[in-house]
Write a protein that binds this ligand. Structure first.
Ligand code: GLN
Length: 200
């Protein structure tokens, strides 16, 4: 069962991609809903809003549960989800979980009008899921929406996708994945979700 943090942002589109792969999902809004999930997606949205929602009502308990969960189980953060998993530069409005060894700069491509779609190259090594090897030879068309940039990676982080410029846009450390783009918006090409499911 894949948990999808459903406080705000693009959770429904992630669920649709997992459904196309025959994978069950559960929307997670409270710590109890995380129990029973074997992996978690933190979708894109707005990291300042996620910070606020994780600080009020049931938020603090959920925040602790996510931090605990991520010590042992796979978590994929996309866009705002990456920002929450990593360490944003100089931004007091975001209180990240700071679990991924990477520094990211929010909104680093500019405003909404600078959002773009572009090809990225993947490097999945010999990753396999239940369907077999996950092909990484063909470019992947990634959608960047007010995206962050990964400006520094620390020990234990490896790069799984890059723009043509060489800039990293997807990293992995242990069982944690962080992406600056929105893989749920390329549902016809579910390789990123397959890769996430291949992490055990
Ligand atoms: N700019 C947003 C933030 O800082 C992220 C945008 C997104 O998730 N598409 O949280």
């Amino acid at each position: 069962m894949v948990g999808i943090l459903a406080l705000q942002g693009g959770f429904a589109s992630h669920a649709a991609v997992f459904a196309s792969l025959g994978e069950d999902t559960r929307e997670v809004r409270r710590a109890e809903e995380l129990a029973g999930c074997d992996r978690l997606v933190i979708p894109g949205g707005e990291s300042t809003v996620l910070t606020k929602l994780l600080a009020s009502g049931d938020g603090p308990g959920l925040r602790r549960a996510i931090a605990e969960f991520a010590r042992e189980r796979p978590v994929m953060g996309t866009c705002a989800g990456l920002i929450m998993l990593a360490q944003p530069l100089d931004d007091e409005r975001v209180e990240p979980l700071a679990l991924l060894p990477a520094r990211v700069e929010r909104n680093a491509w500019g405003r909404q009008t600078e959002s773009f779609r572009g090809p990225v190259t993947l490097d999945f090594g010999n990753a396999r899921d239940d369907r077999g090897g996950i092909p990484d030879g063909e470019p992947y068309l990634a959608t960047f929406i007010r995206a962050p940039r990964i400006v520094e990676t620390g020990d234990g982080a490896s790069v799984l996708a890059r723009l043509a410029s060489g800039e990293p846009v997807m990293i992995r450390a242990g069982k944690l994945l962080g992406l600056t783009f929105h893989p749920e918006l390329t549902p016809e090409d579910p390789r990123i979700h397959r890769y996430f499911l291949s992490i055990r």
